[in-house]
Design a protein around this ligand. Structure first.
Ligand code: ADP
Ligand code: TRP
Length: 322
């Protein structure tokens, strides 16, 4: 069976960009793939410097996967740091990639653009991510568009390893990006991201969710003016939650006078809330039982470890460490 793998960093509130770009497509793969989905806590260490926050966000991220229907009997859900072997593979991979390539990495560039501190972990980020993927012989990696470059770098490292140490040393993975949700826009129209603070968090109570939706930035056209649905953030988000018939109907209202952005936002809020209502209950239930969450993560780690050790043994052998 083909293997699917993806990770989400526990760096803040999980948001609808994470859900649409990564969680939903990944869960769609769990029937036909052996899936390994994890919470990338080592990666979060590049920007989270508070142990209590790290623990809280880790549990929240795990509960989010479960709330949306991850089946822990089938799919392996685990914490990245439960398998420290990933750091050994990262070291081996770091010797297959040039410093110049890392310097062009997307996470470093983003940190540089925002004048954020670039620690060595940020520079090394793609290597650890490659190790995540390659340690489980992953065939497919469901992610949002922003991670494409990282998966390409992973492929480069795997190909280099196979060239140097023999075919079959590592499995070369494919990226899987779902087009319509490749880049979900945030409140200000830029890519929705925890790092921009423009996210719609998944687990807000309905009142707060509505308030957040009302903050979406639009142009200033008034109620009596015709509006352009395709350049409107509200409409673009609506398309991702509503049915085709609902989308067609709201589109028609944009193209005629009489619709205010407040009305459109209300429609959007309702469409999001319908999708989130049941998962929200399951999420709250999981969060009320941290011991159960930890059990799921521990059982996942035990299964992940078996897969990881097999691959690492093969790699250690190929490179001459054994
Ligand atoms: P963030 O950018 O908010 O810090 P992460 O880096 O933890 O989120 O992303 C976890 C997963 O969610 C990745 O696969 C990423 O590509 C996806 N993702 C994040 N933001 C978006 C978005 N706005 N649109 C589509 N996918 C996204
Ligand atoms: N870098 C990813 C992000 O910021 C998270 C991540 C870490 C990941 N390791 C991974 C995603 C392995 C896919 C596969 O979103």
């Amino acid at each position: 069976m083909q293997r699917a793998l993806t990770g989400i960093k526990p760096t803040g509130d999980v948001h609808i960009g994470n859900y649409l770009g990564s969680i939903r497509p990944a869960l769609g793969l769990q029937e036909r793939h052996q899936a390994y989905y994890f919470i990338a806590d080592y990666h979060a260490l590049t920007s989270v410097f508070d142990a209590a926050k790290m623990r809280a966000h880790t549990r929240e991220t795990a509960a989010t996967w479960l709330a949306f229907g991850l089946d822990p009997e089938k799919t392996v859900l685990f914490k990245q740091s439960a398998i420290p072997e990933v750091c050994e593979l990262a070291w081996i991979l770091s010797c297959q990639i040039s410093q110049g390539m890392l310097d062009r990495g997307h996470a470093v560039k983003a940190a540089r653009d925002d004048d954020r501190d670039i620690n060595a972990g940020t520079l090394f980020y793609p290597v650890l991510m490659a190790a995540d993927i390659l340690l489980y012989d992953s065939n497919v990696v469901p992610v949002g568009q922003d991670q494409k470059q990282h998966v390409e770098m992973t492929r480069d490292m795997a190909l280099k390893m196979n060239h140097r140490f023999g075919e079959g040393t590592l499995v070369v993975p494919e990226v899987a990006i779902q087009k319509d949700v490749a880049t979900v826009p945030g409140l200000d129209g830029r890519k929705m991201s925890k790092s921009y603070g423009n996210q719609i968090a998944l687990w807000l109570p309905p009142k707060k969710l509505r308030k957040t939706v009302m903050r979406i930035v639009t142009d200033s056209r008034g109620i009596d003016e015709v509006k352009d649905p395709d350049s409107c953030n509200v409409f673009n988000l609506y398309k991702l939650f509503a049915s085709d018939a609902q989308v067609a109907s709201l589109r028609a209202r944009y193209l005629a006078p009489g619709l205010g952005y407040g009305h459109a936002k209300q429609e959007l809020f309702e469409a999001i809330d319908v999708v989130l209502a049941e998962p929200r209950e399951r999420y709250n239930e999981w969060m009320a039982h941290p011991d159960r969450l930890d059990e799921v993560l521990d059982a996942g780690a035990a299964r992940a470890r078996v897969a990881a050790q097999e691959v690492l043994l093969r790699v250690r052998d190929r490179v001459g460490l054994i």
